[in-house]
Design a protein around this ligand. Sequence first.
Ligand code: GAR
Length: 183
Amino acid sequence: INTAVFISGRGSNLKSLYNFSKKKISPIKIILVFSNNKNAAGLKYAKEKNLYSIYLRDKKIKILEIRLLKILNKKKIKLICLAGYMKILSYNFIKKFKGKIINIHPSLLPKYKGLNTHNRVLQNNEPFTGCTVHFVNNKLDSGKIILQKKIKVLRNDSIKKLSKRVLNEEHKIYPKAIIKLFS
Ligand code: GAR
């Protein structure tokens, strides 16, 4: 399955998806990496791995997405994995890739959609948190859930400690969700 990974920053989930894609069990092949941020560390990683990587920018989201769609079609992309992609895709774009865009989010959706999830989880003294892989629809972090992993929030957790533990689980469930999706 020709796959594109969209990133905006660090790219640790890209790394885990790349490592997964090299395994026999993986149904995906990463064909391209797209970033909306020129300085994303994940872009550097993609280049190191000789992945076709692109950075596009345009003030008009419509124009950017048209350019992006052209490339995705040319490369025959069948699946888009959002991996720390911090921009909202337009309704039109999502419609064109309906049911073929998935995302990873660092909370137990439908709880804590949006940003600063770990901070809000700690503020609210939640006993549990986790991460979710879900389909992308036109509402933020609201598409059908594919897979979730629940973890305990510890008494002495800080944002840093908690996000590290959640991220560790993210790296495991993204590949698992893909296997689930295509088996
Ligand atoms: C991950 O924790 C991911 O779940 C989150 O951004 C981080 C990216 O890290 N995504 C979102 O919050 C999307 N709403 P990474 O660049 O190291 O994969």
